[in-house]
Design a protein around this ligand. Sequence first.
Ligand code: ATP
Ligand code: MG
Length: 594
Amino acid sequence: MTAMKWFYSFLKKHNRSMALGLVMVTVISVLAIVKPIVSGSIVDDVIIAGRYELLPKLIALLILITVLRGLLRYWSQVTFETCSQNVLYAMRDTVYRKLLQEDFDFYNKKRTGDLLSRQTGDMDAIRHFIAFVIYQVYENVFLFFFALIMIFTVKWTLALCMCAVLPFTLLVTLSQRKNGRPRFQKIREQFSSLNTFVQENISGNRVVKAFSKEDYEISKFNKENDGYRDAELAAAEIWTKYVPLFEFLSNMLTIILMLVGSIMVIQGAMTLGNYVTINGYLWMLTNPLRQIGWRINDIQRFTTSVEKIYATYSEEPKVKRPDKAIPCERLKGDVTFRNVSYSADDEEIIHNVSFTVKSGQTVGILGSTGSGKSTIMNLLCRFYDVTDGEVLVDGRNVKDLDLYNLRQNIGMAMQDVFLFSDTVEGNIAYSKPDCPFEEVQKAAVMADADSFIREMPDGYDTIVGERGVGLSGGQKQRISLARALLKEPSILILDDTTSAVDMETESYIQQQLNAIEHKCTNFVVAYRISSIKDSDLILVLNDGCIVEQGTHDELLANNGYYATVFRHQYGEFEKYVDELNTTTDRGGEAHGTK
Ligand code: ATP
Ligand code: MG
């Protein structure tokens, strides 16, 4: 499907309204043609022939035509505007749904500003096209050719002379189209780039301030701003060049009429009334000619925008929903990774990972930064698809399960916490917006978030800023955990979820997780041994491979990476406790001697 066909698939649903609007425009144009006939009649029949009784009738006809044209113009405008808004509504909705279907890979590579531009500026170019450009082009083409035909009927030889400008008009039109196209593409790219820059700078303004990089960012912004202005000026250069050419051609028509028409009237080949009639048609020829430059401008803005939107829309997600999905309303939560490998951009991130966990068990995942812990969790949720091997949930390949059902069964507190600018309650109840407040509170209690939420100015009704601004790192993590718990998932994934909370809180949360009433398989990704040491299975990752796996005791006995990390963390802790005891003893002695 081409971009234009895709656009038409939206417009064709409003074919009838558009046709009705165009019929009204046709009537408006035809009525405009009556005016010169009446003017000619006033000259020939009333002024020259002296039939004065005709004058009131002709004036009444003119008033009637004027009123009718006004009314039809109003209705046609309402029709086109309504159609444009309806098409835009459907198109925005379709594009947005598609954006939601896109996978992580799509969002990793796309700039948010680009996607925003597609849904705003580009959509507006389409609205303008439907609400204004279509009927303007139709009306002008109609008026031009209708006027030409009428002039032919009045005096075909004069009409033929006037046609001399047509080949030149065609040539100039084609030339403007050819030269303008790349410049309009450049405008859209610069607009996206400017949007992306502003969006990133506003989201990242805290980093800008922290590094005192305001001046640097302003100079970068100026570059983007210059780029956009230059792109607009480059496009303007086209129409500023071509609009005078069209103006020239339209003036040529006037000159031809005056020259050839006057000669004909002087020679008696045409009446003065005919001359006045043709003169009355003249604006119907010159006006469209003058507007060609502007309309080509509008059309090119429109086609570029449709192409841009369609290019984004037509990108298919790599993670696909199966054609015939196995129904899986409630999963048990058995998970098996069988020889799983995953590569992105020709780089292997996960290599031959295999493990099995039964429903209700807890898996701890430990490993250095960048070792692939989050990627393994992403593969389980099918945010990415494995490049080799298979991920099984309840013995079935996740690729065969319904994608949404699979994810509905998984509660994930992501490493990079994202909260919506909504109330705390709204954020926690994201998966179940209609659930009773008691459930929200229960989840918050389990995540040890209830007490600090209640201390907030409006408690659960407190609005958290964009991305949870106004909350501490640990508070955001606990709200995110409560959000995952409220789902009552079969598989719960905590990716570094308690890294920003103190040990005491972490221990409380662990107790709460152990007391979950329904059977739930837990995946706990953490750096702290304390977070995972009681797990049924601990996976130690290095460079995308499982280097050790087993229980805490088995891994200690193994005396590998895990045991080293354990000694680092607990050794230092015991050393710290020893030092603390020694200092306290000394302090006590000192106190005692005083
Ligand atoms: P951390 O403890 O810092 O969270 P991690 O163990 O969770 O690290 P991952 O996020 O799984 O690490 O990333 C593992 C490696 O894969 C990293 O080197 C990362 O740069 C790379 N990586 C992750 N996702 C992608 C992707 N979509 N495309 C390319 N490389 C990726
Ligand atoms: Mg990670």
